[in-house]
Design a protein around this ligand. Structure first.
Ligand SMILES: O=P(O)(O)OC[C@@]1(O)O[C@H](CO)[C@@H](O)[C@@H]1O
Length: 401
């Protein structure tokens, strides 16, 4: 447990006008609803439901799940705190909870769980596919051909950084030593425990203690998931891992979070790309077909709660892995707890509850931060860059072995 008792560290809420969390609830969520209304020709019933959610976001309260919700889902939300938060303003409950619940309500409004024709239709799919089809994705995949010229270690580093910066959703496979980018990127890393990560996953023949399993808890689809898949494929190819479990969301979440369908779309994109990208894709395809790689969509992946509350079955899965790598900002908030931690609170202490080694690969897109040295914190605060916590210009690789 951290030296500071966790309960004494304030939980982040969206109740402070002008703060980032407040702007997400007051501006981002309504914008998402409007966008969904534009992209799909929903009929009057669905549009009314979306308008009702818009009104609720402005001045409504959390409401219990609708009467026709699946019973298992109701039970889950009961476990996840619905009875405590129903009737309270979106702004007065933990921000993490309010956001997670918003996506559940949005899916209700578009009929995602209903019996009608909109059942299972991902309201964010058009945007996800557009990103996969964008010319930038072609450029990024073509850049993979250049990785052959690098040493194995440099290739590993490049692919790790591709996955890391993919979380900013403007991925570049920054080839080590390829120019100005590399220096800027290094300076933008506020913590870099990558040596500790590689000590857990040494290459084949370098004293590997036994079969290594990587759990990769993915974040966004499209241009983040593609480099995540490349990294997994590379680690398999290098013999650094024998198996991988890719955790994705069971339903559309936080606009661009990856679902099983998105994994298939990204994999097909790789396989069809030709060149080195296709070789990475083919290796992953083979590993999926023979079971070395599996895809999981655990309900808790969409829970509005920190991982410290994870259920026993998920805990057992993470406990069995050599290391679990959590991607992205939301997973970081859930891993360390969505609280106003003093930035120098040790990462190892706030993740001590995690049942096995754990790593975070994240660009900074919300206020939560732990594990900084006092010098780094001082440099960031003194940099004049007011939004270093939320702008996505900084990133971290933190590992608890
Ligand atoms: O998990 P991701 O994709 O890196 O980031 C999710 C995010 O954009 O969503 C939240 C705002 O809605 C913030 O926590 C965070 O910035």
């Amino acid at each position: 447990m951290p030296d500071i008792p966790t309960e004494s560290v304030p939980v982040i809420r969206g109740d402070e006008p002008g703060s980032f969390p407040h702007s997400v609830l007051a501006e981002r969520h309504p914008a998402i609803i409007r966008q969904v209304k534009e992209v799909f020709p929903h009929g009057p019933e669905r549009r009314r439901a979306l308008d009702a959610l818009l009104r609720s976001c402005a001045d409504g309260v959390i409401e219990p799940l609708p009467a026709d919700a699946d019973a298992r889902d109701r039970d889950r939300w009961a476990d996840w705190g619905m009875s405590e938060y129903a009737g309270r303003s979106w702004y007065d409950v933990p921000w993490l909870w309010a956001e997670g619940h918003f996506y559940r309500r949005l899916l209700d409004a578009v009929g995602y769980f209903g019996p009608g024709p909109w059942r299972g239709v991902d309201p964010f799919r058009p945007a996800k596919l557009a990103e996969l089809d964008a010319p930038e994705t072609d450029e990024e995949l073509a850049a993979l051909d250049g990785l052959d010229a690098l040493s194995a270690d440099e290739r590993t580093r490049s692919l790790l950084h591709g996955s890391l910066w993919g979380n900013r959703a403007d991925l570049g496979f920054r080839l080590s030593g390829s120019g100005g980018d590399a220096g800027g990127e290094a300076a933008a890393l506020v913590a870099d425990d990558s040596d500790a990560l590689w000590s857990l996953l040494p290459p084949a023949g370098a004293g590997t203690p036994g079969p290594a399993t990587l759990c990769l808890v993915a974040d966004n689809a499209g241009r983040e998931l593609v480099p995540d898949l490349l990294l997994v494929s590379h680690l398999l190819g290098e013999g650094r891992i024998d198996r991988a479990v890719l955790h994705v969301k069971p339903y559309p979440y936080y606009v661009s979070d990856a679902t099983p369908t998105d994994v298939l779309d990204a994999l097909r994109r790789l396989v069809a790309a030709g060149g080195a990208a296709a070789a990475y894709g083919d290796r992953l395809w083979a590993a999926l077909t023979d079971g070395r790689v599996t895809v999981r969509a655990h309900p808790f992946s969409c829970a509005p709660l920190p991982y410290s509350d994870m259920p026993a079955d998920l805990r057992a899965e993470f406990a069995a892995a050599t290391v679990t790598v959590l991607k992205g900002d939301l997973n970081y908030r859930r891993l360390v707890g969505d609280r106003r931690w003093p930035p120098t609170t040790p990462f190892a202490e706030v993740t001590a509850y995690f049942p096995a080694p754990v790593a975070a690969l994240r660009t900074l897109k919300s206020d939560v931060i732990t594990g900084l040295t006092a010098d780094t914190e001082q440099a960031l605060e003194g940099s004049g860059e007011r939004r270093w916590r939320t702008s996505g210009t900084h990133a971290l690789i933190q590992v608890r072995t």
